[in-house]
Design a protein around this ligand. Structure first.
Ligand SMILES: NC(=O)c1ccc[n+]([C@@H]2O[C@H](COP(=O)([O-])OP(=O)(O)OC[C@H]3O[C@@H](n4cnc5c(N)ncnc54)[C@H](OP(=O)(O)O)[C@@H]3O)[C@@H](O)[C@H]2O)c1
Length: 252
């Protein structure tokens, strides 16, 4: 299938490892010029090398912390240096935030900002040029926790907000040529990930989790998520405005 991605530009926020890194590499494979954002200088350096080896292009990286820098200001800086983006993928987030359901508002705000707020703030700057052009793709990485509403309440509630944001804003953008969508991964493992460490430290409990919560009885891979994101980022997703796609091995 021709995805029509060759020559496009993409910003991947949270691109240095795991799911985000694979998304960056998968887009580069399709001929996209990638700009990646993350905190770790070493990982960003190796990402740049891997991107160029995958498909020579004017790829670039920004070392930034979206929880410390003002996200809209960061987005402005990126557009100033790299030009408008055809595709934006918001991948920053995770469940390693406070797990206290009666935590302080600061803890709730942190979890929300990490999993949703920072991307909302960046979209304020990144989407208007897409609207002017009448085309663009904005893909958020949510979680199946957003609909299963299980596990860490602060994480699940933040991702549930993100889903509501994508549905409602996705509808508002739909007539204007911009597709906003999300994927909801189930448990995804890769070397050094939370699940990889869990598998090593407590294989019995980890296998118990898999057999009770993922019908496929294995973890997903970053590639299995990146393949769907790459499709959503492409011209072929032209009827998927506001879509929220589970990629979760039949989470239950
Ligand atoms: N893995 C799973 O099982 C799973 C399941 C469902 C949903 N998800 C969602 O999928 C997304 C990616 O998950 P993952 O497991 O691949 O996460 P990960 O391994 O923690 O990677 C997150 C990426 O975001 C970057 N990042 C983290 N905090 C940042 C910050 N403050 N500023 C800038 N960049 C930052 C990280 O790079 P640096 O550390 O270099 O900054 C890394 O590139 C998350 O939104 C997560 O909620 C994951």
């Amino acid at each position: 299938m021709e995805l029509g991605l060759k020559g496009k530009t993409a910003l991947v926020v949270g691109a240095s490892k795991g799911i985000g890194r694979q998304i960056a590499l998968s887009l580069a494979t399709e001929g996209v010029q990638v700009t990646g954002v993350a905190r770790s200088a070493d990982l960003l350096k190796s990402l740049t090398q891997e991107l160029v080896a995958t498909c020579p292009n004017d790829h670039a990286v920004f070392q930034a912390d979206v929880m410390l820098e003002e996200p809209a200001g960061l987005a402005r800086k990126i557009l100033d240096e790299r030009g408008d983006m055809d595709i934006v993928v918001h991948n920053v987030g995770g469940s390693l935030v406070s797990r206290d359901p009666l935590g302080s508002i600061e803890e709730w705000h942190y979890a929300w900002q990490f999993n949703a707020g920072a991307s909302v703030a960046m979209n304020h700057v990144l989407i208007p040029p897409m609207l002017k052009r009448g085309s663009g793709r904005v893909i958020h990485i949510s979680s199946i926790s957003a609909v299963m509403l299980r596990g860490n309440p602060l994480y699940a509630a933040s991702k549930a907000f993100l889903n509501a944001y994508v549905t409602t804003v996705g509808r508002a953008l739909a007539p204007k040529g911009v597709v906003m969508a999300a994927v909801m991964p189930g448990a995804v493992s890769f070397p050094g990930s939370y699940w990889d460490n869990y598998q090593t430290s407590d294989p019995a409990r980890c296998n118990d989790f898999l057999s009770h919560h993922q019908a496929v009885m294995r973890f997903g891979s970053p590639q299995e998520i990146a393949d769907v994101v790459t499709f959503l980022a492409s011209e072929r997703s032209s009827f998927m405005q506001g879509a929220i796609v589970p990629v979760d091995g039949a989470n239950m």
